[in-house]
Ligand binder design. Structure first.
Ligand code: NI
Length: 186
């Protein structure tokens, strides 16, 4: 089932998230809905708060990205449950990020090159793993959603000013997204 994606300005994107319980009854269904919603919107990552579920889970699939440009993204399809960021290392590098909750806005964000993460997969097996490059980038962006953080929060004062009116429009629903969205209630 395709779920509506919360837009910038919706409270659900800033809400505190809870851990997913091991016996969470609709876990498989939730994961499959999240993948379906992400693919339909042509995203490479989707976090539960974006579909108004305040739980610590996100899904990624990097295969839609150009395999020549992003070699390590091919077959990078994963579910991250209750992830904990252990550390981030390496030099910060800029990448023009976008977000399904913030259509049509892309801005450079600087993040460390590597992230070490503890997480559970969809069978609740625990993993501790280091991710690099674009894999790290996607994880850092989605992890932020679990903390109520959006990529636009990182923009400099000047860049923020420049996108402010477009963000306001998005939060008022004045946008033609190619997928179902839910906007803040007036
Ligand atoms: Ni996002």
């Amino acid at each position: 089932m395709i779920l509506p994606i919360l837009s910038f300005g919706h409270y659900g994107l800033r809400e505190e998230t809870r851990e997913v319980e091991k016996d969470y009854p609709q876990l498989k269904e939730m994961i499959s809905n999240m993948f379906e919603t992400m693919y339909h919107a042509n995203g490479v990552g989707l976090a539960a708060p974006q579909v108004n579920i305040p739980l610590r889970i996100f899904v990624v699939d990097g295969s839609p990205l150009d395999p020549i440009e992003d070699e390590n993204m091919e077959g990078f399809k994963k579910v991250f449950i209750n992830p904990t960021k252990l550390n981030e290392t390496g030099e910060e590098w800029p990448y023009e990020e976008g977000c399904l909750s913030i259509p049509d806005i892309r801005e450079d964000v600087w993040r460390p090159a590597n992230i070490r993460l503890r997480y559970f997969d969809q069978d609740f097996n625990e993993h501790v793993e280091v991710f690099k490059g674009m894999q790290a980038r996607v994880i850092q962006h989605e992890y932020d959603h679990l903390e109520g953080v959006l990529f636009t929060d990182y923009l400099s004062g000047l860049r923020k000013k420049m996108v402010k009116s477009r963000l306001n429009k998005i939060s008022k629903g004045q946008i033609n997204a190619e997928y179902p969205m839910r906007f803040p209630k007036k």
